[in-house]
Design a protein around this ligand. Sequence first.
Ligand SMILES: Nc1ncnc2c1ncn2[C@@H]1O[C@H](COP(=O)(O)OP(=O)(O)OP(=O)(O)O)[C@@H](O)[C@H]1O
Ligand SMILES: [Mg+2]
Length: 490
Amino acid sequence: MFSKYRKTDAKSDTVAPEPKVAPKASAETSNTSAGPGEAPKATRRAQELEAVPKAEIGVSDEKEAKRRQRLDELKTEMHNRLLDNLNLSALESAKESELRAEINAITSEQMAEMGVVLNREDRQMLNVELFDEVTGLGPLEPLLKDETVNDILVNGPNRIFVERNGRLELTDVRFKNERHLLRIIDKIVSAVGRRVDESNPYVDARLKDGSRFNAMVPPVAVDGSLVSIRKFKKEKLGIDDLVGFGAFSEEMAAYLQAAVSTRLNVIVSGGTGSGKTTTLNALSSFIDNKERVLTIEDTAELQLQQIHVGRMESRPPNVEGKGAVTQRDCLRNALRMRPDRIIVGETRGEEVIDMLQAMNTGHDGSMTTIHANSARDACSRLENMVAMSGIEMPIKAVRAQIASAVNLIVQASRLQDGSRRMVSITEVTGMEGEVISMQEVFRFQRTGLRPDGKIIGHFTACGVRSHYAERFRQWGYDLPAAIYEPVAAE
Ligand SMILES: Nc1ncnc2c1ncn2[C@@H]1O[C@H](COP(=O)(O)OP(=O)(O)OP(=O)(O)O)[C@@H](O)[C@H]1O
Ligand SMILES: [Mg+2]
């Protein structure tokens, strides 16, 4: 059968060229050539597979693990044969349906040649997995498609975790071995023009669909390659969704609307994966459509709904160590681009100086996130970043600068039951001596734990009127005094 997706010189019984994947069972022999009198490797594999009684590859429940192992071995063999037979350069332009049909046809041919018979269900599964191997990201593909998965975390070939509803779960997805995992990593990073190997052992990238990707390979990653993927969600959570999920209360939403609309400078603080970027994105919906907003990120994740948005993404250096464009470079340039507001995805380094200056000099209404565990901690982190950036300034001056730049700190947190909540909203009110003064306006009051591990609690105001209440009123956001009154537990 002729097809443009087939190699013209394909020989089905030759050993596959690199990248090769060693079948588990024959891993020890995979680097040795066949000795005298022995059958060629591929034929030997086929014989081994043939030796599996046909009836056994199939439905037996108690032999499920064994069956899965055999299917994996068969998949390895078929994958090698597919690589031998498929014209990889023609795949780029292939239609999915054509390619699926072609893969099905080749596997049928090859299985007939090997004398392997599979039931319908296994055959379909094999074809789907082979398609994912050839075109996509192999074992990761179903996890990427699974809408309920937020994060995918790979700790070497045999331990793949996912995060669902704020909780980590170990999956039964496996790579065949480290080489298989490395091949998939290589496929991902080369598609975005990057490289990862021993001399360049980690990489941060954005996948085609917008997902954030990070990988670190051995020997720096000691027990096998480490991969983390934060999946991109087309439908970002909005304020209403977050209120609906119990991430914050309606009163807090009304307060935040007033704060963002009246151009207070806001910092969203939180731990890793606590929902900082999601919160920042949701808060940005309160920005007026007339304003020009510039966003600066290391990995472009924000999706602002306004019409006048300019997005920037920093760039790491190339292999020769040149061509880097840092967040600070973007920020400095942004100041010359007549922004009404600047949003920095995450402040983590030297750009802090320019961010604080921007907040202090006419670009009020700017926002950023910061990795910290409380409002006070966020201020210390800012101080440290200023110190690390090499600027010599007395600590009091640094604090004064922070106190006048930052108006509001929203603390996001992932609680132990996996729920993500805004656990505190704190206003920065000025300086008292050498200390930045603050007042907490809203918080999440935890009251107990349900037997199923769910946290019981409620949002409450802290009984203080906003420091910015007068500003809100002048701008037309006359929040009722009642929203500042504490709520008793039910
Ligand atoms: N309140 C929420 N309820 C449910 N899911 C949420 C909530 N907030 C965020 N998420 C989800 O949690 C994941 C992590 O959120 P996000 O990227 O905003 O965290 P982050 O703090 O910015 O993480 P990082 O520290 O890695 O930058 C996302 O998949 C997001 O959709
Ligand atoms: Mg983030």
